[in-house]
Design a protein around this ligand. Structure first.
Ligand code: C5P
Length: 219
């Protein structure tokens, strides 16, 4: 990517897992490390973009030049993304919890029967953003799949209203790991990239985003 290619562009990135509280000491989470999202935020900033990184709970350092807003739950992530608009592009890398539990005010106590969790669905931040009134010009989603990776990602692109879906096969050691094998699914078709370090996936994607934002026709 060219230095300064994203100067003056505001790009929103979500990363990490969400924590959905069960009671004051327990939560539902997932295995996302936030590494791929943080790498993307850093790569976009390195090309000159003003990056807002909305992050779930992770143990990573904020990449240079990135403005980070920490959240815990999917609902907080949705609200923070909405307040950060407008943006020229959005890259939704977070592994957002699909469900939340009703949070007990006091710590649940062990008893005769284990408690059951009544789950409700969380907002789909990507779909809301893509179908919303302040839609960024380029909306990129991720799809972590364990089977029929391209088929599921292609369907997801249309259903969620994203321009691109970066599909990755997480049946191996991708979540929490160092490398990633991804397919870039766009309206033009599918591009499969070789297995690359997450930093390299980030730089290539940032470079593609710079191309799209600087060659796309302006309204
Ligand atoms: O449906 P699925 O969770 O596989 O979709 C993944 C994509 O959607 C990712 O880009 C993720 O960040 C986004 N997503 C979201 N809000 C949700 C669920 C997923 O933004 N509640």
């Amino acid at each position: 990517g060219r230095t300064g290619a994203l100067n003056g562009k505001h790009i929103l990135v979500t990363a990490g897992p969400t924590h959905e509280p069960i009671d004051p000491v327990r939560y539902i989470a997932n295995r996302s490390s936030g590494r791929q999202g943080y790498a993307i935020a850093g790569a976009l900033a390195a090309l000159g973009a003003k990056v807002t990184l909305v992050s779930g709970p992770v143990t990573l350092a904020t990449p240079p030049g990135v403005t980070r807003v920490d959240v815990e739950t999917a609902q907080q992530m949705a609200d923070t993304v909405t307040s950060a608009l407008p943006a020229d592009a959005a890259v939704m890398v977070a592994a957002v919890g699909d469900w939340r539990a009703e949070t007990a005010v006091q710590k649940l106590k062990k008893g005769d029967t284990p408690p059951s969790l009544a789950l409700s669905e969380n907002p789909d931040i990507l779909a809301l953003l893509a179908h919303g009134p302040h839609r960024p010009g380029l909306v990129v989603g991720f799809a972590a799949e364990t089977e029929k990776v391209i088929e599921h990602a292609t369907a997801k692109r249309t259903r969620k209203g994203a321009d691109w879906i970066v599909a990755n096969d997480v049946s191996g050691d991708v979540m929490g790991g160092e490398a990633n094998a991804v397919h870039l699914v766009t309206a033009d078709g599918v591009e499969s990239w070789e297995r690359l370090p997450k930093g390299e996936v980030a730089r290539r994607l940032a470079s593609r985003i710079a191309d799209a934002l600087t060659t796309a026709p302006k309204d």
